[in-house]
Write a protein that binds this ligand. Structure first.
Ligand SMILES: [Fe+2]
Length: 212
């Protein structure tokens, strides 16, 4: 049964039951950096799984009609709500990750963004290097992020499902470093996956939209 919802835009649906946002490109659009095989499992099984789990977990609870972002903020840091938080945050993180990339991405950021990056990191290469270090050094599963923290761009990394939204920072782009993101294509070579994403897939226009 195809449970993917193709009616909506690429934004996350606001209330329960939550639906899997359409994949923004063809599933082979990120090849050869990320294969359709990886996307098939990562989007079709993992991302879909978080949606299915969350719908089961919130049915009949105070969270049943709450937006995804509100669920994330409300359950963050609460041990007894960890399952709801983890699934809700993973839905949000993955939708944001797909949007952080585009076919034939990478290259030079648009001028307005380049200025912002240079003001915070000195150069675009320094920013990318910091992102790569965060992504490669995240111990175990997690995410590397470029965020806006007040008026400054920063690189942060989070473990498991954690998302900078819960600490008041605005995500601008993310790279998934869970093994399911790269193992089929790169096995243990996380750095090769991260550098390929940074150099050839990042959608700097999406980053600029988020930073504006
Ligand atoms: Fe993932």
């Amino acid at each position: 049964m195809n449970r993917r919802d193709t009616r909506n835009s690429s934004t996350v649906k606001e209330a329960s039951p939550h639906v899997l946002s359409p994949f923004p490109y063809a599933e082979n659009a990120f090849e050869p950096i990320i294969t359709a095989n990886t996307i098939g499992f990562h989007y079709g099984k993992h991302h879909q799984g978080y949606v299915d789990n969350l719908n089961k977990l919130v049915a009949g609870t105070e969270y049943a009609d709450m937006s995804l972002e509100k669920i994330i903020i409300d359950t963050a840091g609460r041990t007894e709500k960890a399952a709801i938080f983890n699934n809700a945050a993973q839905i949000w993180n993955h939708t944001f990750y797909w949007r952080s990339m585009r076919p034939k991405g990478g290259g030079e950021p648009p001028a307005a963004l380049k200025q912002q990056i240079e003001a915070s990191f000195g150069t675009v290469d320094a920013c990318k290097k910091e992102l790569a270090i965060a992504a490669v050094s995240q111990f175990g599963s997690g995410w590397a992020w470029l965020v806006l923290d007040r008026d400054k761009l920063k690189v942060v990394k989070t473990a498991n499902a954690e998302v900078p939204l819960t600490t008041g920072m605005k995500p601008l782009l993310t790279i998934d470093v869970w093994e399911h993101a790269y193992y089929l294509d790169y096995q243990n070579r996380r750095a090769d996956y991260v550098n390929a994403v940074l150099n050839e897939l990042i959608d700097w226009d999406f980053v600029l939209q988020n930073a504006s």
